[in-house]
Write a protein that binds this ligand. Structure first.
Ligand SMILES: Nc1nc2c(ncn2[C@@H]2O[C@H](COP(=O)(O)OP(=O)(O)O)[C@@H](O)[C@H]2O)c(=O)[nH]1
Ligand SMILES: [Mg+2]
Length: 327
């Protein structure tokens, strides 16, 4: 299919065209890459303004169940919801956190929802680019809410926070001592903490946990992008479908406030700048790792350094010069 036709079909909201385009941006082939860029050039000229929501939490906390319930609530209100995933472990397992589509049984059959598993790609940097491009494609296809799910592993949370407007942390009810296990950096990224499983026997523990997180959030430095009362912690139950409307109301309140105060657009601009820098760095590293000539030169110079024939400084300068970098 020609790029023009593909773009046209995506803009009409054709899901198969969207799926195909995402496959294209996920491909490592050079000709696909070129086509993908041409497509994105066309589509980002008329950008859709979806609300991009990042959702993180350790395995088992209820992310998939929450997305099913929350997503169904949103489509029920007339929204079009796209769900993407960033899962660094999927490269190893070959599967995906969204492989458990059974937990999203209804949402995956909803004509107003689109669910796409994580690309199984080894380098997180590669996943980042593909996910960002997939977001742009979903927006062009008319999805007004894009949820990006990630597991609480390594750098994936930072990455997702850098490509979303809101960052939501899903937590399970826990004892007080477990609270300290949450990395401070993750807490600082959170716009909203949802303590899930606030149902049945777990309800009192969930409420205590919520109060603990609320207290911990108050201790953090105030961020300029937050109105009064944010970031906040609330209780939800993905299974009992309670607290979901409150969560959505809080997300909208926060997004609206940020729009009204210029934080929303500023943040997106900063994110674009951030990813530009990341991509340039990634490209440079890729040349070191993938360019056979550069690799051979690295090995040869490394050998000389090991033997003591060359200083580290000289060898570095020579290597960088090979890459066209002159410090
Ligand atoms: N009681 C209760 N269990 C839940 C809730 N949400 C998820 N679970 C259960 O927690 C387990 C893990 O859920 P899942 O959505 O697969 O978690 P994920 O690994 O974060 O995607 C499943 O057995 C769910 O049924 C909830 O709101 N209440
Ligand atoms: Mg899951």
């Amino acid at each position: 299919m020609q790029t023009d036709e593909l773009a046209e079909r995506i803009c009409k909201g054709e899901r198969r065209a969207l799926a195909r385009a995402i496959t294209l941006v996920e491909s490592g082939r050079a000709d696909h890459r070129e086509q993908a860029q041409a497509l994105l050039d066309r589509l980002t000229r008329a950008p859709g303004q979806a609300l991009r929501i990042g959702l993180s939490g350790t395995p088992g906390v209820g992310k998939s169940t929450f997305i099913e319930s929350f997503g169904m609530m949103l489509t029920g209100q007339g929204h079009k919801v796209a769900v993407l995933a960033v899962d660094p472990s999927s490269a190893r397992s070959g599967g995906s956190i969204l492989g458990d589509k059974t937990r999203m049984e209804h949402l995956s059959r909803d004509p107003n929802a689109f669910i796409r598993p994580s690309p199984s790609q080894s380098a997180l940097g590669g996943v980042a680019r593909r996910t960002r491009e997939a977001v742009a494609l979903c927006e062009a296809a008319g999805f007004d809410i894009v949820l990006i799910e990630t597991v609480g592993v390594g750098q994936s949370e930072t990455m997702v926070a850098e490509m979303t407007d809101l960052f939501i942390l899903l937590m399970a009810p826990a004892g007080g001592d477990e609270l300290q296990g949450v990395k401070r950096g993750i807490m600082e990224m959170a716009d909203l903490i949802l303590v899930n499983k606030a149902d049945g026997d777990l309800k009192p523990a969930a409420e205590r946990t919520r109060a603990d997180y609320a207290g911990a959030l108050r201790l953090l430095r105030r961020r300029p992008q937050d109105p009064e009362d944010f970031p906040k912690a609330i209780c939800v139950s993905a299974v009992a479908r309670s607290g979901l409307d409150q969560a959505w109301q809080d997300m909208q309140t926060l997004a609206d406030w940020r729009r009204d105060h210029g934080h929303f657009d500023r943040r997106r601009a900063e994110q674009a700048r951030y990813w530009f820098g990341e991509e340039v760095r990634r490209g440079l590293l890729a040349r070191l790792e993938e360019d056979a000539e550069a690799r051979a030169r690295m090995a040869a110079l490394g050998e000389q350094v090991a033997k003591g024939d060359l200083t580290v400084a000289r060898a570095t300068a020579q290597m960088l010069a090979t890459l066209g970098v002159h410090p």
